[in-house]
Design a protein around this ligand. Sequence first.
Ligand code: C2E
Ligand code: MG
Ligand code: MG
Ligand code: MG
Length: 298
Amino acid sequence: TNIALEHARSHKLPLFLYEEGMDQQHLQKLHILKSLKQALSLNDGQLQMYYQPKKNLSTGKVDKAEALIRWFHPQDGFIPPDVFIELAEQTGLIGQLTDWVILQVLEHVAVWRRDNIDLQVSINISAQDLSRDGLVTFIEQKLQRLQLRPADICLEITERDMMQDEEKSLQQLQIFRDRGFSISMDDYGIGYSALSKLARMPVDEIKIDKCFILNLAETHEDQIIVRSTLTMARELGLSVTAEGVENQASEEWLVASGCHYIQGYFLCRPMAFDKVSPWLTDFQQCSAAGGQQQEIQS
Ligand code: C2E
Ligand code: MG
Ligand code: MG
Ligand code: MG
């Protein structure tokens, strides 16, 4: 239990999940799982896709966003994805969840396209999703029905998940890439993969984990890691996104170092679908006026 409690603390998970011993923990997991299945089948608004903008540092424009799932449980309140995604992965529910996410996101992207909003949206997927045979066809059929293209979508897989079954991942990612999807390696730097393996992965983008970015401007070690990642990415022809940019100092450091994209609370927190379009309008007006876009942060 102590290990579980430590884990909960270090990952800022709700302590109710762990503190009353393993049996209680087990019951809570079952409760969450049962509720999640219900939420997926009811589809009554408990689950929602939020979006966090990514700023292109070479143009100053927001042309990408990451889709992040949110769960507002009617009794238990907000349950963070870090809690239920892992559970869904452990129990095989992740396939159903990912399908739900894909459908929601594609419908949102289709609405944005109709309104002339050009965002490439990334979807987080797990190692298990990658090994599912029908996934490519599933996404392609939906894209076609909505008159969207694979290039409208980026798939984010963590470095750790990619290396879990390296050969299989490599194969599957190559298929997605051949079909025109963008691939991003998420949480880069904490997966401890060898550089030789990394270079073989068919990816377009590396997302540096936020633990290296949060205190970037005042942490020399983080600067070394980020700088060498940028150099490596440049050599490999990959784009780099820094996630977890919470302050101006981090952004300035990243601009000066030639990072391609930034994502983080300093630009904007993840927001509901219907907030995105007005936010983009404000952002465009603000950057046209040469100002910072901080007033919407909260
Ligand atoms: P991730 O894919 O690495 O997503 C980035 C996380 O960092 C998000 O947490 C986001 O809200 C948070 N974040 C963004 N900017 C900042 C910042 O400036 N400071 C800090 N401290 N955090 C920032 P979130 O939404 O809680 O998601 C956590 C993880 O859950 C995600 O990490 C991803 O692995 C997983 N996840 C979220 N949505 C989905 C989904 O739809 N499907 C799957 N399979 N996994 C998801
Ligand atoms: Mg991600
Ligand atoms: Mg990440
Ligand atoms: Mg993560």
